[in-house]
Design a protein around this ligand. Structure first.
Ligand code: GLA
Length: 690
């Protein structure tokens, strides 16, 4: 790959990567330094059998690449890069700064992160760094420089991978200093900080900047605005580290994609801010095979990844072929499930299927985490499935680079997540991701494509917007929601939305302060239900009944229609679910956690009214997604059921996995997948994917 000028865009970098790999990337993390040299030859031979075209090197190799301060040893990495290139396998090269080596920690023990209680993490695991430590920063910059310089011209190099699953939070002295600087930049004056943090409550007023530090373990409950800012700061400070590493590598290889790997439902980092700095969102995904519905939570995470960069194809950076080793019981994926999960990611916009890891380790922490090649060697069910999938993916080069469009947007926002789960609220046991999942699931079940957006996004391209427990809404976010509804959009907001402002301060005058106007309703008091399992009855406007649990509110309408009323409990007779007409649009408010059937019907009514139709009418458990682009349209149909399901694929087209034409009703085996290249009508509409 030739050097490019610095204006090369992410789109262009990814297009070239696809071209170079021949479509979908297939492979995984490869740790050759854990194996004797003779195993490397077997590795590349087996990689070719499996159709591997990309491996990630050096993720945890800092101590092998820099053996003492400033003593670099790249010889082994040169050798393996050469060997891979000679065998036609590309490299995603990692900066190894997730694991500062033992010699560095021995020299600077205060690189180790400090916990909120003042104790320090020990050496012997990974991610053991305080990202604000100046020596850690300098040494990680130095090794990135060395690697950029050395490998920029290497023909195997296809992309860069920075660090690994950024996340450690520290409360040590270096974090203190950096937090103070971050706050000074944000607030300029102590008066502004005291006001934003409501420091007159419990007498926490600061009179000099030197008094302000990281929110280490308090004697009892601590200031929620300060802790919210600490979440923002830790995400920002890790992102600043990523950005520094990225900019170093960008200088050497402007034409290559640079990413880091994200995690499923990961709270510490605001992935909206992060994804904007990457060439692609990249996800590590480990659904627990013990969970019957693990594919639904996976689907949410996949749609989130697709949305983070506005529909741009994303990367599965890691998944397991069979078992992981991180839980108390590590169940292996059943035959066919790894393939199904891989196609699910592709159906939802992924352009890569990469695993952790190529060869299962024989020692160390994760020796029971499966690989593409397991302890028993290649003569296994798992390796046969790996080879079969690699072979199939070669036939899907046309799918790579295509996109999907959605008319429904669900708000997923890290500020909401952080603020909501800080505690000292009427209910402290609420899980934000579970609230989002509850409102996502009916769309998943009905095969309605969904985008995620952050609060404050431009909503003008959508017909239906859902706010699940969107607790913190800035003035700008509230305004955008009002504009969306008054312009003809349909809104569904659930309880605990719009309660606080950007400083985590309650919006006064009746809940939910940010949405009262658009909802045509307000609550005078919040009444979480006590204890698990406590329910209230609802009577619906059409004469039916429903139930609700967990949360209720004393709601009053100021123009909204009542769709359901509390029929039992202390709020009997008061409105529970309302719909308001606001400008040219409507806004529904759910003041309680309504039962699944009621929720499904309500959302079906809203999306029908918004003119939103499923990709295909398929039986429950059959997922259907469409990807379009470059004049082609692909319909991916996946049977998550453990039994065969009949699916009417309509005009259909050619199933790329079997090369046969499919039309009308098709019997899809349990775990079965179709990748249909659609005949003309859908294809002519293609190319319009956002
Ligand atoms: C994460 C890490 C990998 C590996 C896997 C499996 O995703 O990035 O290094 O540890 O988990 O547990």
């Amino acid at each position: 790959m030739t050097r490019e000028d610095s204006t090369t865009t992410s789109e262009e970098r990814l297009r070239r990567l696809r071209e170079r790999l021949g479509g979908i990337a297939y492979g995984g993390d490869y740790n050759p330094e854990q194996w004797p040299r003779e195993v490397w030859d077997e590795d590349v031979r087996l990689m070719k059998d499996a159709g591997v075209n990309l491996v990630t090197l050096a993720v945890f190799s800092w101590g092998r690449l820099e053996t003492a301060d400033g003593e670099y040893n790249f010889g082994w990495l040169d050798d393996i890069m050469d060997l891979l290139h000679a065998n036609g396998i590309g490299v995603d090269l990692a900066t190894p700064d997730a694991v500062p080596p033992a010699w560095l920690i021995a020299q600077y023990p205060d690189i180790l992160p400090v916990l909120a209680d003042g104790s320090t993490f020990g050496f012997g695991s990974r991610q053991h760094f305080d990202v604000s430590h100046p020596v850690y920063q300098a040494k990680s910059r130095a090794i990135a420089e060395k690697m950029g310089e050395r490998y920029a011209g290497h023909p195997a190099l296809c992309m860069w991978h920075i660090n690994n699953e950024y996340g450690p939070v520290s409360y040590g002295p270096h974090a203190d200093l950096a937090f103070r600087e971050w706050l000074q930049a944000k607030y300029s004056s102590l008066e502004a900080l005291n006001s934003a943090w409501s420091t007159d409550v419990w007498g926490q007023v600061y009179s000099a900047w030197a008094q302000v530090n990281a929110p280490a373990q308090p004697r009892t409950w601590s200031n929620p605005s300060r802790r919210l800012d600490y979440h923002r700061f830790t995400s920002d400070s890790m992102l600043a580290h990523y950005r520094t590493q990225r900019d170093i590598l960008r200088r050497f290889t402007p034409g290559l994609p640079i990413v880091t790997n994200f995690m499923r439902f990961y709270k510490n980092n605001d992935y909206w801010a992060w994804a904007a700095e990457e060439d692609a969102a990249a996800l590590d995904i480990y659904p627990d095979p013990r969970e019957q519905d693990a594919h639904v939570a996976a689907a949410l995470n996949f749609d989130l990844m697709r949305s983070l960069r506005k529909g741009q194809p994303w990367l599965v950076m890691e998944q397991a072929t069979a078992a992981v080793s991180q839980w108390s019981v590590n169940v292996s994926k059943l035959p066919g499930k790894m393939r199904l999960g891989s196609y699910q990611a592709i159906a939802q916009g992924a352009d890569s299927i990469l695993f952790f890891q190529w060869r299962q380790a024989s020692g160390g922490t994760e020796r029971f985490h499966s690989g593409m090649v397991n302890h028993a060697g290649p003569n296994t069910r798992v390796f046969r499935e790996v080879c079969e999938l690699g072979r199939e993916l070669k036939g899907l080069s046309g799918v790579a680079g295509t996109r999907s469009a959605a008319k429904v947007a669900i708000v997923f926002d890290w500020d909401c997540w952080w603020a909501l789960e800080l505690g000292n609220s009427p209910r402290s046991d609420l899980s934000y991701p579970q609230e989002v999942l509850r409102l996502y699931r009916p769309f998943f079940d009905a095969n309605i494509p969904v985008d995620f957006v952050h609060a404050g996004s431009d909503l003008s391209g959508y017909s239906l917007v859902v706010l699940p427990a969107s607790y913190l809404l800035t003035d700008q976010a509230a305004q955008r929601i009002e504009d969306f509804v008054s312009g003809g959009g349909r809104l569904v907001a659930s309880y605990l939305s719009g309660i606080v402002d950007q400083d985590n301060t309650i919006r006064l005058g009746g809940y939910p302060g940010a949405l009262r106007n658009v909802l045509g309703a307000w609550s005078e008091e919040l009444h979480p239900l006590a204890g698990d399992g406590e329910e209230v009855k609802l009577s619906t406007a059409d004469g039916g009944t429903a139930s609700a649990d967990y949360w209720t509110e004393h709601l009053h309408t100021t123009g909204a229609d009542v769709l359901a009323t509390y029929a039992s409990g202390r709020l009997a007779g008061a409105p529970a679910v309302t719909r308001n007409t606001f400008g040219a649009g409507t806004a529904v408010y759910l003041s309680s956690r309504v039962d699944g059937t009621f929720l499904e019907q309500l959302l079906a009514t809203e999306r029908d009214a918004a003119g939103i139709r499923p990709e295909l009418n398929a039986p429950r458990g059959v997922q259907v997604r469409r990807r379009t682009g470059n004049g082609s349209s692909f319909l991916l149909v996946l049977n998550h059921n453990d039994a065969p399901s009949g699916v009417d694929v309509g005009a259909g087209g050619t199933d790329l996995l079997t090369g046969t034409d499919v039309t009308g009703t098709v019997e899809l085996a349990a775990n079965g997948v179709l990748v249909i290249e659609e005949a003309t009508s859908a294809a002519t509409a293609a190319g319009t994917g956002r």
